[in-house]
Design a protein around this ligand. Structure first.
Ligand SMILES: C[C@H](O)[C@H](O)[C@H]1CNC2=NC(N)=NC(=O)C2=N1
Length: 96
């Protein structure tokens, strides 16, 4: 499935709407770190993100240690950032 990468203008507009998400150094992904009270809260969040990701057929790269969850969103099919990353990021934010 072909997904277009965002243009620079589309990317900047999306980032302006996404609080806490930043552009990765290479410009091909967005990243956000979430902190919770403990591991159970963090893992519960990850479970809800997993269900969301599956429903959107768009999956995060992520790292968890104890109460911290670092999420990176990029579109492998596009080789960079696409609208699918922005849509998933917004949906993740709505979980909180
Ligand atoms: C076939 C399936 O739709 C694709 O492999 C999907 C699955 N999840 C995905 N997740 C992400 N992050 N990028 C993709 O390009 C992607 N592609």
């Amino acid at each position: 499935m072909s997904v277009p990468q965002l243009t620079d203008a589309e990317r900047d507009a999306a980032l302006a709407e996404l609080e806490g998400w930043t552009l990765r150094g290479d410009g091909k992904a967005i990243e956000c770190t979430f902190e919770f009270d403990d591991f159970v809260q963090a893992f519960g969040f990850m479970t809800r993100v997993a269900i969301l990701a599956q429903s959107q057929d768009h999956h995060p790269e992520w790292f968890n240690v104890y109460n911290r969850v670092e999420i990176t969103l990029t579109t492998h099919d596009a080789g960079g950032l696409s609208q699918r990353d922005v849509t998933l990021a917004k949906a993740i934010d709505h979980l909180l």
